[in-house]
Write a new protein. Sequence first.
Length: 453
Amino acid sequence: MKRDAIDLGNVHIPTLFRIYLVPTLLGMLALCAVTATDGIFVGRGCGSDALAAVNICISPTMVMMGIGLMLGVGASVVSSLHLAAGNIKAARLNITQALLVATVLAGLFLIATLSSPRHTALLLGSSESLMQLVLDYMPWIFATCVFQIWCAIGLFIVRLDGSPKYAMWCNVLPGLLNVILDYLFIFPLDMGVRGAALATFLSCMTGGVMVLVYLVFLASDLRPAKLKISLTSLRLTLRNIGYQCKIGISALLGEATMGVLMLMGNLGFMRYIGNDGVGAFSIACYYCPFAFMIGNAIAQSAQPIISYNYGLGERSRVVSTEKLAIITALICGGVVTASFSLLPELMVGLFLDIHSEAASIAIAGFPVYSTAFVFFIFNLTAIGYFQSIEKALPAIIFALLRGVIFLVPSFILVPKLLGINGIWMALSVSEIMTSLCISAYYLYNRLRPGAQS
């Protein structure tokens, strides 16, 4: 089969992993910069209440991004297997169906949330004192979900098509644009949080359009296919989307974990401290996506290599990629933990005056919060491995453990034992317990008689 210049079946695994990881990681971090830049400019230009308002609006967008990742992972894994079998047409159909369904879901989300924005804001935990700021930010940031969901799916396909560097630029260029627009809208034009939301909207739109341009005009194999309009076509689409969701649902749960983390943290800090507590936690929430994207970058870089070789039956190459991904995850997790532990004043000072009440709360909490990230990144990488070899059930179970089953009780129970530090520690408790479950499952499957994976 004639494919792109990256030979997934024969190139040395460390070289292949590096080819995917470097641009994917840089692109993911640039995507985080879109959100973090918002926070820095909002914090410096509008204050801690504005940061709290932004943080309240973010959790639903994380869920929508998770839907995009779910379909992106599912479409990418299925397409990898079709490509390994030489069936390009089936791969193209799956990609097209994923993009179409995701766009429809994003439209329904906008109708549901923006038809009554004040009610939506109250459900998300907004206080009356933050309401106007939330309402200024919400419409534009929710509208970005359409373009974010195109990127979430499309970048998997761009990388699978053999263009990881183009995928990187689809994140880097919007990130740079966001920096420029944030400064322009917040400071010279004095548009406040509405300006920050508009900057994010325009930068995400740029990334989404770049992805569509590649898929329609530049892709070598994986261009969108024309779908037939018939009941048979509808049934096939629903079947394919169902299978993609089965494979990728743990990615949705992973992104939803970020939403649950923000929601539970906001509610906890609002209850124990008030607006300053939510403002402090919002700074942590701006940094947490960097750890999330590092874990995602490792998992997504390994995914096409693992899925393609799994489809060929090359078990040794699958195992080599898996080991390399886990080692990378542990190293990166250690770096993130060290950064939070050793540099809290510097990290918080980018957003707020370090002598403010919200900044003081964040500086005290960051070292406690940091203990989560080695386990956080390891868990994302391990779940990505199970997705890549079509083991949907363990991937779903572990994603549920870290996203709901362990996380929500941790936010409820640990603060009752440890007070404010318990809110900061809740994520660590959840991630450590999930890592123990993953390790136990993995060792059981390795050591039991007749184990194959």
